[in-house]
Design a protein around this ligand. Sequence first.
Ligand SMILES: *Cc1c(COP(=O)(O)O)cnc(C)c1O
Length: 231
Amino acid sequence: MSELSNRYQKVINRIEQACDTYQRPKESVKLLAVSKTKPIEDIVEISRLGQVAFGENYVQEALEKIAAQPELEWHFIGPIQSNKTRPIAENFTWVHSIDRLKIAQRLNNQRPQGMPPLQVLLEVNISQETSKAGLKPDELSGLCEQLLQMPNIQLRGLMAIPQVTSDIDQQRASFARMRQLLESLQTEYPQAQLDTLSMGMSNDLEAAIAEGATMVRIGTDIFGKRDYSNL
Ligand SMILES: *Cc1c(COP(=O)(O)O)cnc(C)c1O
């Protein structure tokens, strides 16, 4: 087995182990392989092992990969500039990083007729870091209500990138707050399909699964360290 296949299998094993430990069905956690900066050959290799969902952060880089592998499921997970919403609306299945109304409106208007609604998540600044993107918890409910009116996007839940820490209790505390935020939106909007918590990366996927993540976004531990010098 190649090193890449090996690392991929290790990540699958970690997810299954965490599901066992925290008594969650294996099918309840979906793996998003975060392939930013990585070559299409690596994506193809992982897809042959059964991986379908891939996450990208940079529009131009992603468009080339989507053109090469259109049958895969592509998720946009990076910061969104409003002048880049059209290619995102036209080419992705999911968007994890909506942090303001204007972006949601543009994606809704620019999603081509005939495509299924764009599946979207609201990004929460769960560690309240001033430098980070994402909504404050008290902004979620109002925005949620507005997004639920939009016919060409379907709001599915929340995403977060908590402050980096190796303290597992601190990791779990952030993810637990995310779970509570989703639960209160589910109570407030019972007719909506709010079933997705996108949280957990290479360093904290176990803590995220412990607290109810339904999608973990793993880059480094599958593809190896990233090199940004060619972007
Ligand atoms: C790059 C990135 C990841 C992957 O992080 P790793 O630590 O490499 O697993 C996950 N989520 C987002 C939003 C990212 O930008």
